[in-house]
Write a protein that binds this ligand. Structure first.
Ligand SMILES: [Zn+2]
Length: 264
């Protein structure tokens, strides 16, 4: 029943924005550094925590270890693919309901699934891998396949990956545009995210709409702050909502056909 109710809200909304959280990529098989076990095994292997390894300071002082880590823990996961939850977002966008998707994940899943208007707040592994000296851009494959530190062919300096490292400023322009999208929204979809997560907290202050729809498995502190909470994996809930939406639209289409038949 809740899926029907959410579908009705989405159908009546004029501007829906989605904050796509970490749980969505974990459901698709990405192992997150924020997971305790993953973090522990990384620390065992490299003698540093993921936070230290993934930092601007580490990149600039120990590029070789940084790239060893970045290749095996991040780029090697690029073979994973966006699943049904991201396809559902792309479909929602095609239906004209979803206007923007905001994410802090690095794997570009919303776009790979077909979403057009995406704000990757922390960049992604495919774009803007740049030489800090001349600005030349390199592909993800170039970074992944380099034997040691991927160097700019011209300047011979380490290429900076196209993602925001800890200790670096996030792209202010991108952040501003994402905040603008949220401020235009009448419905906010928090998928695979939590009310108390950093991303939600960052954007809820710009939100002026009526419905916050929260979807994640289990329960968490702050769930009650959402107007609607679905305690379910996004990969289950989002496709179910799409099915309901299609049913609503089909029924509306039937009614309109009958009306125009009456008019003739
Ligand atoms: Zn260069």
């Amino acid at each position: 029943m809740i899926y029907r109710q959410i579908a009705e809200i989405l159908q009546e909304s004029s501007y829906v924005v989605c904050l796509s959280g970490r749980e969505m990529i974990v459901e698709d098989g990405i192992s997150s550094m924020r997971n305790m076990e993953t973090a522990y095994s990384i620390e065992m292997q490299y003698d540093y925590s993921p936070e230290e390894l993934f930092s601007a300071q580490f990149f600039s002082t120990r590029a070789e270890t940084f790239y060893e880590f970045y290749r095996s823990e991040v780029l090697n996961q690029a073979k994973a693919e966006p699943g049904v939850s991201f396809q559902a977002l792309a479909e929602l966008e095609k239906m004209g309901i979803l206007k923007a998707t905001i994410s802090r994940q690095l794997f570009d899943f919303p776009k790979l699934a077909g979403c057009q208007n995406v704000y990757d707040l922390h960049g992604n592994i495919y774009e803007k891998n740049r030489c800090p000296r001349c600005g030349r851009e390199y592909s993800m494959e170039y970074l992944r396949d380099a034997k040691k530190v991927p160097l700019c062919e011209k300047c011979r300096v380490p290429i900076h990956p196209g993602v925001t490292l800890l200790g670096e400023m996030i792209d202010i322009g991108r952040m501003t545009k994402a905040a603008e999208e949220v401020s235009k929204a009448d419905t906010l979809l928090l998928a695979g995210a939590y009310m108390k997560s950093e991303m939600a907290q960052q954007f809820l202050k710009y939100y002026k709409g009526h419905n916050v729809i929260l979807i994640h498995s289990g329960t968490a502190h702050g769930d009650r702050d959402a107007d609607y909470f679905i305690s379910e994996q996004a990969k289950v809930a989002l496709p179910a909502i799409i099915e309901e939406l299609k049913a609503i639209r089909a029924a509306q289409g039937d009614r309109e056909e009958m009306k125009s038949a009456d008019a003739e």
